[in-house]
Design a protein around this ligand. Sequence first.
Ligand code: IPT
Length: 981
Amino acid sequence: MKLTRIVEVTWDKHSLFVRGERIMVFSGEFHPFRLPVPDLWLDIFEKIKSMGFTGVSFYVDWGLVEGNPGHVSTDGIWNLEEFFDAAVQAGLYLIARPGPYINAETSAGGIPGWVLRQNATIRSDNPEYLNTTTNYMSIMGRIIEKAQITHGGPVILVQPENEYSTWPGVTDFPTSMNRKYMDFVEKQLLAAGITVPLIVNDNLALGYWAPGSGLGAVDIYGIDSYPLRYDCAHPTVWPTYRFPYDWQVVHERESPGTPFAIGEFQGGSGEGWGGVIEEKCGELVNEEAARVVYKNNYSFGVKLFNIYMTYGGTNWGNLGYQGGYTSYDYGAAITEERGIWREKFSEQKLEANFLKVSPAYLTATSGLGINGSYGAPASIAVTPLVGNGTRTNFYVVRHADFSSTDNTQYNLTVSTSIGKVSIPQLGASLILNGRDSKFHVTDYDLDGINLIYSTAEILSWARGPGSTRVLVLYGGAGELHEFAISRHLGDPAMIEGNNVTIQQKGPAWVVQWQVQPNRSVIRVSDLEIYLLWRNEAYTYWPMELPASHPIGNFSSPTKELVLVKGAYLIRNVKLVGKQLWLSGDINATTEIEVISTPVDQLEGLVFNGQQLKTSHTATGKLSAKIDYMLPTFEVPNLSNLRWKYMDSLPEIKSSYNDSAWKTCDKAISHNPRDLDTPMSLYSMDYGFHTGSLLYRGHFFANARESYIWLNISGGTGFGHSVWLDDKFLGSWPGTGAKATITQNLTIPEALSSGTPHIFTILIDHMGQDEEAPGTDAIKFPKGILGYQLSNHDQSDISWRLTGNLGGEEYQDLSRGPLNEGAMYAERQGYHYPNPPSSDWTVSSPIKNGISQAGVGFYTASFQLDFPSGWDIPLNIVFTTFTSGTSQHDELGLNYRCQIYINGYQYGKYINNLGPQKSYPIPEGVINHNGVNYIALTLWAQDAEGARIGGLDLVASTAIRSGYSKPRPAPQPSWVARSDAY
Ligand code: IPT
C-alpha cells in the first residue's frame, strides 16, 4: 500500500503529470549494464531524446552487482549515478526497474547464482529467499531514491519485480503467497525511501496488481506486449494473432483510474544460437511495424509507452541467458554500435515528435476501431480519439487486416468545425499503401491557429518570432494528401515548390498535393506550412531549447522548439544571443537549414563548437554547409599481429595437480532436480555460474572399462569435450536447440587394472535460463547431470570441479562476476591487459591454430590512434570456414572462441553454430587512442584441432560527431593471482 503522494508526479485517468504538467511518457528501454562504458550513456540518451522521446526505462541486473553475497558493486561500470547525471543532462525521465527478478534475457533473469543454490522457491515469500534480496534491494533502493525527481533527479516511476503475473499450472493466481511477495518487494522500495509512483507490467493484460483490483499495491497499472513475436527468420510474416483490437476497452475494465500504460512494447526481438542474426529482428520489427502496431497503440490512447529495446547493446561477459548469443542488438531503433541508420529510428522520431506537440492527445478518449467506419471501405479500420475539452479529434487509420499489403483507396467522412466533410474534398482519394497506418487530425490547434483537418501527418510545429508558426506535414511516396485552414487567415502563397492545388471551399482554403521528393512550402499570413515526403521529414529535427531550472532539458509542453533540417543527428541546441549552437553528427557533407527558431533574424550557426559560414535560402532561412572529409586513420590487420600462444588445457596432463579444485562432495542438493549421482555435480552447488566448467573425475581402472555414458547440461547451444587422461574421447559440438545431451563415449584401449586415471570434461556454460514466476526454471543445473562408467559403480569416480577462479568470490570486481570462465588462462587472468607472455611461443590463431582437440590461448596487442571529433565504431569479425577451398579450410569446423578486449569478454563465437560473426566493441572497452590487448580462447572440439578462418578488426562508417569522447572503462592489468591453479 502506498503511503506517500508526491506533487512532482501525479496522474489522472488520462495521463501522468510531471511537475503539474500533463506529459506523454514516450520512453525507450536501455540497460546501462549492456554498454559498460559510462561515458557513452549520454550518447545513447541524446539519441533517444532527439528521437522525441521523453523518458527511458532501465533494469538493474542484481546478478551482476551482487555476484558475491553481501558485496554490492556500485562503482566503475556499475555506477548508476553517472547514468542518472547523463539522463538529467539529456533531459530524459527514468523508469527504474531494479527487480529483484528482471528477465531481460539475462542469466537467471538477474538472480545471482548464490541465490539459486538455496532451498527456497525464487520469487516466493519464503523467508530464505526474501532474505537474500534485502541487502541488494536496500542499497539499490537508496541509490534510486536519491535520483528521484523529488531531489532534482530523473526518476519518476519505479517498477517492483517484473511481470509478476503468471504462474503456470496455478489457476488461482495471485495466491496469498504471491500477494505477500509483491507486498514485500514494494515495502522494500518504500523502506528505501521511494516516493515516486510504483508501476507494474502485466504480461497478459489481466489486471493483476491494478489499483482497484483488490490486490491493491501499485499506483500505475501497465501491460507488456510483443505482438510481432520472435520469429526473426521470417521477418515479413506478421503473426497477427496477438495484435490488439480493443485495449481501450480492456484498460477501462482493468484500471479505469490510471493512464493507459504500456510498460514494454516490442521494439525488436532477439535470437539465439544457431538462429539468425539480430539484423533480421530489425526487419521483423521494422518501420512498417512501427507505423502499424505503434499507431494502433496510440489509437487506444496510450499515454505511457515504453519501447523494449530502444538500444539493446551487448551480452558481453556471459551476462546473457542461454537463449541468446553475445549480441543484444535486438534489431532496435539504435543499433548495437550506437548507429541510428535503421529506418525505424526515423519513423519513431516522426511519431514521438508528433505526440510531443499534440497536447490534445493527452486527454483524448479512444473509441472503438470499426472496419468501414467514417466513410472508409470495409478493408480499413478507423479508430477515433475524441477530444475531451478540446475540439481536436484524431483518427487512426489502418488496414482491417493488420498484415495486409494491399494498396487501398479510401475517403474519410468526419465532423469538423466547418461541418461534416468528406475528405479529400478536391476529388481523388486517400490511399493506404501496404503495411501502413495514418494519424489524421481535425481541428488541431497550432497555438491559436486552427488546422481544420489534415490527412498528411504532422511531424511537429513550432512558434517562431512574434506570432509566426511553422508546421511540418509529411506523407509517404505515392500518396495524395489534403488539409484545410480558415479563409480568414488570408491568402495562401506558394513560397517553394509546385504541384499543389489550393481551392476555396466554403469557409476554408483546401490544399491538396501529391507527395513528391521535393518539398513545397506554403505561407498563409503568420503560418508557414512545409509539405514533405516522409523520407525527407526523417532529416528534420524538432529540438527543445533548454529551459530554466528545474525543467532544464527535460521535456515540458511549454518548451520552445527549434526546427532544423539536415544532419545525421542533432543532439542538442541552444541559443547564444542570435547565434544557434548545435551539437550533432554528420556522415556525409550536409546542408543544414534552420526552419524555425523563436529568434527574430538569427545571425549565426555554430556546429560542434565551430562557427559555420551561413547564407540565407530563398525563403529567408539561415543555412550552412558542413563538410565531411574522412580523416585518415589506421586499423591494424589482426592477422599480422605478433600473437603469443600458450596451451590452456594443462589439466589433461598427468603432471597437473587439481588439489585446489572444489571436491564434489555434496550428497544433498537443494536443486529441484533430483540427483542422479551419489554426489551433486551441479556446478551451481559449488558456486560456479558462468563461462565454462571443468570437471576432473578420478578413478582406478579394473581393465573392464569400455565406455563412459554422460548426461551433460550447459544450456542451449552448449558444447563439451571429454578426455581420458591426455586422450581425447570426443565432443558434443552443440545445436541451437539442445540444452542437455546424453552421450556414450568409447574407451578405445583397455586400461590396466589398478592404474589411476582421470576424465577431464570441459563444458560451455551458456547462462542460466529465464522463468515464469514460481517455476524455479532458472535453477536448472549446469554441469554433469549423470554418468556411468561401464563395469563400475558411480562411486568409483571421485570428481573435482572448477569454474571461474574464486567462484562467487570472483576476482574481477571491475568487470563483474560473470566475465570469466574455467579455462586455465582465464583462471590465471591472462586475458587481462599486459599478461606475462614474453616467453610464450609466437603462434597465430589464424595462421597456425592448434593441431588437436584442446584449448589454445592467444594474446596480442595493438595501438590505435583515431582522430578526435570522430565516432568510429569497431567490430571484431570472424570469417567462417566454408570448407573445400584448401585442405586447411576443412579443418576445425567445430570450434568455439571467446574474444577478450582489454580484459572484457566481448564475444563468444561458435564456428559450427553461429549466427553471430561480427562483434561490435564499444569505444572505452577498446581504446581508440592507445594500446589495446586482445586475447582469444580457441577451443577445438575435433581431433584435428582448429584454426580460425579469419579475424578482422573492421571500422564502420566514421561519423563526424558531437559525442563526448568516452574515458576508458576500468581496465585493470594482469597481476599474478596467487591462488590461481
Ligand atoms: C518480457 C520481459 O519483461 C523483458 O524483460 C524481456 O525479457 C522481454 O520479455 C523480451 O525481450 S516478458 C514477455 C513474456 C512479454
